[in-house]
Design a protein around this ligand. Structure first.
Ligand SMILES: Cc1cc2nc3c(=O)[nH]c(=O)nc-3n(C[C@H](O)[C@H](O)[C@H](O)COP(=O)(O)OP(=O)(O)OC[C@H]3O[C@@H](n4cnc5c(N)ncnc54)[C@H](O)[C@@H]3O)c2cc1C
Length: 560
């Protein structure tokens, strides 16, 4: 039997997975599997910062209010309360571990204004916050003795009745498939932005964990809520952090107008992302974009010194990828996919309806961001809830049943056969072509502005691609380091997720947060102040609506 055994198996070595592991590794045998080296997880790319109400006039209540309003009232308010209350602790903890936060003149952690926030509460390390946080957190995981399986690709979860008893994974270096037996399995696989072809996400962000959860019968939640970031570099879709607007950047259309005054007169460029992204797309669609394709982000008035000190990374990106130096020229930008508000349905302790299966970080939907995430809240979510989920697992492990090795071994056998068949198919459909059509379809038909006819067309295209998928040919038969095979497995996952995103968008006949329906432009609290839930039953996906946990903040109209 090719089996590994640990108490806890965590899929994903981004901030969320690492933080769970740190909480557990000193007491339990804890392993992390990651398809790339941990320091290449997408958390490393986070630029702008992490929110915490550290300021004297700020409070967790204000942070919670901004988050709930930003979510268009879809976030669960009990979960938001935890996020906001625990934020200062999470930031200070990382600071003590060694994260080099930028400082004020009197030595405190510096904070910048961010979209939708009533107070400058975003802590940052220049514009490389994720890089700093991930390195410190990884060091701590090494210190407490977490076992790492780096460059291992999780291929399925294994279920025994209503328990999860392990998973299967492919060792990329050898091409061998192993079973992993564990009492708890944590999905910390990050977002699924690459379902779209224009995305700020790393190429590895294909939502594998969410697809594995769906396949094993765990529900996904709120998948139709996809965040489009207002400012990505025109051409490459590389992120230009909200920090650029937080530091005072302007958005300018082809006529030289600061057009946000029409859309969010009070908050201007610092309205939440859903509103700014729609404003930019509207300017471009109505003919006020440059070359009908982009608008400009103007930083010149900030001055050279501030740009060099606070925004060195985005200056480099602008020079390297657009040949534009923001000190001297405005930067051409356009919105693109950025964040997945939806994910694996779980409670505030990360528990899914299947016992032993947990979710955390961007892969999870607790739901702390509702219909629209505020910038700076998702790095925070990974650290705050990573710790809480770790504590919950420790508690649950005390009376966890012995997991079934046989089940895991049988599943590993099945996956070996499946991969073998895939590799042996010499001729067939091209996976890269299917992937391209998928991304283009999602961009064009399931984007910022949606309508029924587009969504129906997208769904039928996705079904057509899913019919083609079983005939794909990997193209390379080698077992070792076969990245073509990995791309095919990711494609299978993305097709399943695209279907669910589109189904959710079609069924939600209202406009809320990042989900905008041209044919239903109003928010409809009567029918849709609800989370959507997607459960796969054999080949069919059941959808239902469940209640939102309301609480201290009354549901109101959202203006900025
Ligand atoms: C460019 C960019 C900038 C951002 N800036 C900010 C910001 O300033 N502030 C903020 O709050 N948020 C920001 N975000 C969002 C934030 O960075 C992410 O939501 C967060 O870091 C996600 O962390 P995570 O641990 O959930 O997942 P990730 O960091 O994405 O890690 C996922 C892990 O899962 C592993 N994995 C995935 N699939 C498999 C598989 N099949 N088998 C094995 N392992 C697998 C990967 O190897 C990886 O280790 C930004 C996002 C992007 C893309």
């Amino acid at each position: 039997m090719m089996l590994h055994k640990h108490d806890v198996l965590i899929i994903g070595a981004g901030l969320a997975g690492l933080r769970v592991a740190i909480e557990l590794a000193e007491t339990y045998d804890t392993a992390i599997l990651s398809k790339v080296h941990p320091l290449r997880s997408h958390s490393v790319a986070a630029q702008g910062g992490i929110n915490a109400s550290l300021g004297e006039d700020d409070s967790w209540e204000q942070h919670a209010f901004d988050t709930v309003k930003g979510s268009d009232y879809l976030a669960d308010q009990d979960v938001v309360e935890i996020l906001a209350k625990e934020a200062p602790r999470a930031v200070i903890e990382n600071e003590r571990w060694g994260t080099a936060f930028s400082r004020t003149d009197d030595g405190r952690i510096a904070q910048r204004p961010f979209g939708g926030a009533g107070y400058p509460r975003t802590c940052y390390a220049a514009d490389r916050t994720g890089h700093n946080l991930l390195h410190t957190t990884f060091e701590q995981a090494l210190r407490v003795g977490v076992k790492f399986y780096n460059e291992w690709f999780a291929t399925s979860l294994v279920r025994d009745g209503n328990h999860v008893c392990g998973l299967t994974a492919l060792e990329i270096a050898s091409g061998d498939v192993y079973g992993f037996v564990g009492k708890a399995v944590v999905i910390a696989t990050g977002g699924f932005g690459r379902v779209y072809s224009h995305s700020t996400n790393a190429v590895i962000n294909t939502g594998d964990g969410c697809a594995l959860a769906l396949r094993v019968g765990a529900p996904l939640k709120d998948m139709e809520f996809v965040q489009f970031h207002p400012t990505t570099l025109f051409g490459s879709s590389i992120l230009i952090s909200e920090a650029a607007r937080g530091e005072g950047g302007y958005l300018i259309n082809a006529r030289g107008e600061r057009f946000m005054s029409k859309y969010a007169p009070k908050n201007m460029e610092l309205a939440p992302r859903d509103i700014v992204a729609r404003a930019i797309r509207t300017e471009i669609d109505e003919g006020r974009g440059s070359e009908d394709q982009y608008v400009h982000l103007d930083l010149r008035h900030l001055g050279k010194e501030k740009i060099l000190e606070r925004l060195p990374g985005i200056r480099e990106i602008s020079i390297d990828f657009a040949g534009v130096d923001p000190i001297h020229e405005p930067v051409p930008i356009t919105p693109a996919q950025h964040y997945s508000m939806g994910g694996v349905h779980c409670d505030k302790h990360g528990m899914t309806p299947i016992s032993g299966l947990y979710a955390v970080g961007e892969a999870a939907c607790m739901s702390v961001h509702g219909a629209n995430r505020l910038g700076g809240n998702s790095l925070l979510e990974t650290l705050v809830f990573g710790r809480i989920v770790g504590q919950q697992i420790a508690e649950n492990l005390r009376n966890a049943a012995e997991p079934s090795s046989e089940r895991v071994d049988d599943e590993a056998f099945r996956i070996r056969q499946k991969l073998q068949e895939l590799l042996l198919k010499e001729r067939g459909e091209s996976p890269s072509e299917i992937r391209e059509v998928l991304g283009e379809t999602m961009d064009r038909l399931v984007g910022i502005f949606r309508k029924e006819s587009d969504l129906k067309a997208a769904l039928s295209m996705i079904h057509h691609l899913k019919e083609r998928f079983p005939n794909v040919s990997v193209g390379h038969v080698d077992r070792r380091f076969n990245y073509s095979l990995i791309r095919v497995l990711e494609l299978e996952n993305m097709l399943d997720l695209a279907e669910v995103i589109t189904m959710g968008a079609l069924k939600r006949r209202e406009s809320r947060g990042a989900h905008w329906r041209l044919d239903y432009p109003e928010r409809d609290d009567q029918k849709f102040l609800k989370h959507s839930l997607f459960t796969r039953i054999e080949d069919y996906v059941k959808t239902e609506l469940i209640d939102v946990n309301l609480g201290m903040f009354e549901v109101k109209e959202r203006t900025y």
